[in-house]
Every structure is written in structure tokens, then in C-alpha cells.
Design a protein around this ligand. Structure first.
Ligand code: 13P
Length: 251
């Protein structure tokens, strides 16, 4: 059976001291709670090593927010898959809409990032989702299909089974405007069906598909109760230990 996952994308927030305090609170909070999901934090790259140290002593998992499409070399400011691997990072977000928007990341580049992560045994959390204008034109299914097929469908079934997919409608990110449970379920079922057509039902049933976009302790339970919603990729609400842990307790 596929895993339930709650992952916190911290984005560009927290100083080192604040980050350490937040990780500590999450780890302590986890000790007192029995969770029915895997809990992942994706702090800024600078804090991955310390997060990994905490993870080694707890049930917490650690992911990066981004990776270079190149393996090594003269790419100032970039961080590579082998670097992430060398500090025991287990997951990495790929293709977040903010990377697509502000850094012009293309589906072809995201395919390369995915390949490199898999080469180094790091599980990609692949983000897809439409902008508001696309939903208003009712082309959201085509948009998500193109993102997934162009970046991921060159993978073998074995490789694909290591992925986590995150559906994040861009109009719901940081806006307080959450997708309705029906909208989330409809898209998640569409994605699972797409995977099933390409890789077969067994692989499709194993892949966790997370919802992201203004998910909070108040709406997580309803969202996660849908059959094809296997958890969440949480932005703002992952920056407070109590809120993050409450979301994780929503299964
Ligand atoms: P918010 O939860 O702040 O809307 O962000 C969602 C997100 O982008 C997670 O990757």
C-alpha cells in the first residue's frame, strides 16, 4: 500500500538558529505522537546537514527544495545531486511552480534533474499544477498531463516507482484559497489514471500523490480523506511546529 506523506516546504524562510529551533520542536513533538504518515522537512539547502543529523536520531525525513540539472562543474551557486546525497538527503522537490515562474525551469530541465536525483538514490517530489488562467479556461488537465509526460514519462517503471507527485494548483499557493476536496480528488485521480495508462495499475497504486496549496490544520483532514490524496506538501503552515504536526495528525 502506498505511503501517506506530509512534507514541509520551508521555501526561503528562517535563519540558522530559527531553523534549528523549528526542527527541534518538530522532532520533540513527533516523539509524543503516533503518526500514520512519513514526515519530511525541506529546509533551505544551508540547513540540510543539520536537518539530516536530527533525522538520523528520529523518524523525521529530509528533503531539499531544488537541485542542479548538472552533476558537477562550473555552475556558480548551484547544488548538485551528489552533494545532497553526501549529506544524506532522501527527497528533493523538483519543479515547484516558484522555480518554474522565477527561474524559468522547463519540463526538459526537470527531466534532467529527476534523472540525476534517481541516479543518486534521492526520491524526487515532482510538482505539477495549473495557474488560475488555465483553470478558468478549463485546460488544467492538459497542463498537468504535459508537465508529467514531458518530465517523467521517459523513466522506466522501476524508476517511476521512486517518485512522489505533488499536485499544487498555483492559484492556491500562499493565497489562502485552497482547492476544494472535490477539485483535489478529481485531479489526483486523473494523475493516477495517467500513471496507470503508462506504467500499469500496480505502479499507479504505489505512487503517493500529495496536495499542496494553502493546506492547514483546519482543512487537511477533509483533503486527505479523499481516496487519491495521500498527504500534503505544506508551505506556510510548515513553518510552525504545532501546525505542521497537527496536519500530520490528520490521517
Ligand atoms: P502554501 O501552503 O503556503 O500555500 O504553499 C504551498 C507550497 O507551495 C508548498 O510547496
Amino acid at each position: 500500500m502506498r505511503k501517506n506523506i506530509v512534507a514541509g516546504n520551508w521555501k526561503m524562510n528562517k535563519t540558522f538558529q530559527e531553523a534549528e529551533e523549528l526542527i527541534d520542536r518538530i522532532v520533540v513533538g513527533m516523539e509524543d505522537t503516533s503518526l500514520k504518515c512519513e514526515l519530511i522537512i525541506c529546509p533551505p539547502a544551508l540547513y540540510l546537514e543539520v536537518a539530516s543529523d536530527y533525522a538520523e536520531e528520529s523518524r523525521l525525513s529530509v528533503g531539499a527544495q531544488n537541485v542542479s540539472e548538472h552533476e558537477k562543474g562550473a555552475y556558480t551557486g548551484e547544488i548538485s545531486a551528489p552533494m545532497l546525497d553526501s549529506v544524506d538527503v532522501e527527497y528533493c522537490i523538483v519543479g515547484h511552480s516558484e522555480r518554474r515562474k522565477y527561474h524559468g525551469e522547463t519540463n526538459a530541465q526537470l527531466a534532467k534533474k529527476t534523472d540525476l536525483l534517481l541516479d543518486y538514490g534521492i526520491r524526487p517530489i515532482f510538482c505539477c499544477g495549473e495557474v488560475l488562467e488555465e483553470r478558468e479556461k478549463a485546460i488544467q488537465f492538459n497542463v498537468v498531463k504535459k508537465q508529467i509526460t514531458e518530465s517523467l514519462f521517459h523513466l522506466s517503471a522501476d524508476e517511476f516507482s521512486n517518485l512522489v507527485i505533488a499536485y499544487e494548483p498555483v492559484w492556491a499557493i500562499g493565497t489562502g484559497k485552497t482547492a476544494t476536496p472535490e477539485q483535489a480528488q478529481e485531479m489526483h485521480a486523473f494523475i493516477r489514471n495517467l500513471i496507470s495508462e503508462k506504467y500499469g495499475k500496480n505502479i499507479a497504486d504505489e505512487v503517493s500523490i500529495l496536495y499542496g496549496g494553502s493546506c492547514n490544520p483546519g482543512n487537511a483532514k477533509t483533503l486527505f480523506s479523499n481516496p487519491d490524496v495521500d498527504g500534503g506538501l505544506i508551505g506556510g503552515a510548515s513553518l510552525k511546529a504545532d501546525d505542521f504536526l497537527k496536519i500530520a495528525q490528520s490521517f
